[in-house]
Design a protein. Structure first.
Length: 278
């Protein structure tokens, strides 16, 4: 395959496999999460002993300054997001328990660091990474992780904020793949794409109405595939940062695919040429 050059300039507009919503307000499930822990000693112990399993901290605004500082210091050291909430919101998340002003989401899945993930990659050979632009549904995250393992992807990268995190539901839907495959939590999707570009990856965003056909030419040996959120698709900034945008040709009147299905199609197109079965 001829060496491709990255192009500058904005991508054409159109409905995408993801556009970020303007709101950063937290979205909470009405049912208490199976991955939720609460109480000061429990949360402190998790932050001290297993920070890679802690996905997010919920901290009440009414806790003491000293405790707040202790939590934030440990969270910063472990790279964990802290969300400060009104006491009534925290009580709504936790339900009728004595949460003591703090709770956290955690799971048996250890989230890898981006730097560690990149340094662990082999220097040669076919490489596939998957980047999610704020996919919300844990079922989609689980399905993507399962397919990523089947296609030989090296890891699934996802934002720590405003998106699904690898908890119990993800492990179950992925048939355990989320425990075997590196699940990499990142702070910023755009910066992550740039870091993978610097590491030699050709970054391809999936869009359901714009770009060349996915079938028009083979994917590069070292590819990072980016898929957007359900119903929204790629954000404008993410789309502009990708090396190229491709579309999956569709028939009928549906007009788009589920995020995990679209991602699976893209991953298997890469695996068709570069996977072990090829």
């Amino acid at each position: 395959m001829d060496k491709m050059e990255r192009k500058e300039g904005k991508r054409p507009s159109g409905r995408r496999f993801g556009k970020e919503t303007g709101s950063s307000a937290p979205q909470f499930e009405k049912k208490r999460s199976e991955d939720l822990n609460w109480g000061r000693q429990v949360v402190l112990q998790l932050l001290k002993e297993s920070p890679d399993r802690v996905q997010k901290i919920f901290l009440g605004k009414n806790v003491s300054e000293s405790f707040s500082r202790q939590i934030k210091t440990l969270a910063e050291k472990g790279g964990v997001v802290v969300q400060v909430l009104a006491p009534e919101v925290l009580s709504e998340i936790c339900g009728p328990v004595n949460h003591q002003g703090v709770a956290c989401k955690s799971s048996e899945v250890s989230m890898a660091d981006l730097g560690d993930f990149l340094s662990s990659l082999p220097s040669g050979g076919p490489l596939l990474a998957v980047i999610l632009d704020h996919v919300q549904d844990p079922h989609n995250l689980g399905a993507i992780a399962r397919t990523a393992e089947a296609c030989g992807a090296k890891g699934v990268l996802f934002p720590k904020r405003r998106g699904a995190l690898p908890g119990g539901t993800v492990v179950k839907v992925s048939a355990g793949a989320a425990l075997r495959l590196p699940m990499v939590g990142v702070n910023n999707v755009v910066n992550t794409i740039k870091e993978l570009q610097e590491a030699g990856f050709w970054t391809i965003g999936l869009d359901n109405r714009t770009g060349r056909s996915l079938w028009s030419e083979p994917m590069p040996e070292k590819t990072a595939l980016i898929v957007g959120a359900e119903g929204e698709g790629l954000s404008r900034l993410v789309s502009d940062t990708c090396d190229e945008i491709v579309r999956i040709p569709l028939m009928g009147e549906t007009g788009s695919l589920n995020a995990s299905v679209a991602c699976a199609v893209g991953m298997f197109e890469w695996a068709r040429k570069w996977g072990p079965q090829s």
